[in-house]
Write a protein that binds this ligand. Structure first.
Ligand code: ZN
Length: 370
């Protein structure tokens, strides 16, 4: 098994400003502090991958900048032009919602993230590696065609999927989004398209507000090909395991994708400040095994994971390390935090969690390999 890997130092230079969430504002009582989406969390994940020795077993895939034409497959010209314009300002700009700042040159880093997701899809589709992990920053899954939001500027996964369909001879793609927040931007990009199945496993009504109910199923010809699994707050490893087995695995088996792309956020972990789920690295390993088995079954193993959110600088690196080690089939150092997180209460599947999963599972029968 050869596993590709992408990281570039510029991803650690994505400047999210000096406000903890909203920009610092003394009149509003908002003190300066490192932003919750500070890039150090992802830089620490890369450094753990290097220090643990896992990096020696991975194949580095060169990063590249997405062209405007590639970004425009998903985004509007107005959005691209606004990001370019604000990127030239001395203090940069904002992705679109007022709490997703970027610094001067932010366009170039965002285009590098989207282009690097493309590069990883090309490497996996072309079989130069068996599967791959693109550790990119800023994330992408909240970015809508016409605006960025939720720390996301361009939708890296959607841009990479559209590239695979336009240039690489791939038709059916499944996107599995296990970031704890709803993958609303990715859902919007493919809502009317039955060739892209989007599955979002997220905390019920967490972010964006009122987004990602199980009743959101796409529109027009794409109806049935958006699958949302909103999990109650407080779900642990057992609930996530059940969601993987009862919805994600059978949905992928029914759809028979030629490529699986995972929007890989680590913010469902039990130490994250921006959500209320409880899971440990053990659950991320199981999710990874689930999509690997599905990729082997229908996609010739073609599987790409692209980094999304994750805001615990302490635990995200270990969740990422174990996820990539699973992809590569390489044993690495153990997660030292696992006994604490996995030892907490709440990992048994609860009836209300099972009900939430079962509502999504009932929709799988509408998915075909068309
Ligand atoms: Zn998230």
């Amino acid at each position: 098994m050869t596993t590709g890997y992408v990281w570039h130092e510029l991803f650690g230079w994505h400047d999210t400003g000096s406000g903890p969430l909203f920009p610092a504002d003394p009149a509003a009582g908002i003190q300066p502090l490192a932003h919750l989406a500070h890039p150090d969390t992802k830089r620490r994940m890369h450094e753990l991958i290097a220090v643990s020795g896992l990096l020696d077993h991975l194949t580095r895939i060169p990063t590249r900048v997405a062209t405007e034409a590639e970004i425009l497959r998903v985004h509007t010209p107005e959005h691209v032009e606004r990001i370019q314009r604000e990127s030239g300002l001395p203090k940069g700009g904002d992705a679109g919602d007022g709490f997703s700042p970027f610094g001067k040159g932010g366009y170039d880093i965002a285009a590098l993230a989207a282009g690097s997701a493309i590069a990883m899809v090309e490497a996996v589709a072309g079989r130069s590696v068996d599967n791959g992990y693109a550790l990119v920053n800023p994330p992408g899954h909240h970015a809508l065609p016409g605006t960025g939001m939720g720390f996301c500027i361009f939708n890296n996964v959607a841009v990479a999927v559209r590239h695979a369909q336009a240039e690489l001879g791939i038709r059916r793609v499944a996107v599995v989004d296990w970031d704890v927040h709803h993958g609303n931007g990715t859902q919007a990009a493919f809502a009317d398209d039955p060739t892209v199945l989007t599955i979002s496993l997220h905390q019920d009504n967490c972010f964006p507000p009122d987004s990602g109910p199980v009743t959101d199923r796409g529109r027009g010809a794409g109806t049935g090909y958006d699958l949302n699994i909103p999990m109650p707050p407080g779900t642990g490893d057992g609930g996530y395991r059940y969601a993987a087995e009862a919805v994600i695995a059978p949905a992928l088996e029914a759809f028979r994708p030629e490529l699986i792309v995972v929007a890989s956020g680590f913010d469902a972990n039990g130490m994250d400040p921006l959500a209320r789920q409880l899971i440990s690295s053990r659950a991320f390993v199981h999710l990874t095994e689930t999509v690997m088995a599905a990729a082997d079954s229908s996609a010739g193993g073609r599987l790409v994971l692209v980094q999304e959110g994750g805001y615990s600088p302490v635990y995200v690196p270990f969740c990422g390390l174990l996820t990539i080690a699973t992809l590569a089939g390489v044993p690495v150092l153990e997660d030292p935090i696992l006994p604490i997180i996995a030892g907490q209460a709440g990992h048994e599947l609860e009836p209300h969690q099972k009900d939430a999963v079962d509502r999504a599972a009932a929709l799988v029968t509408d998915i075909t390999a068309g």
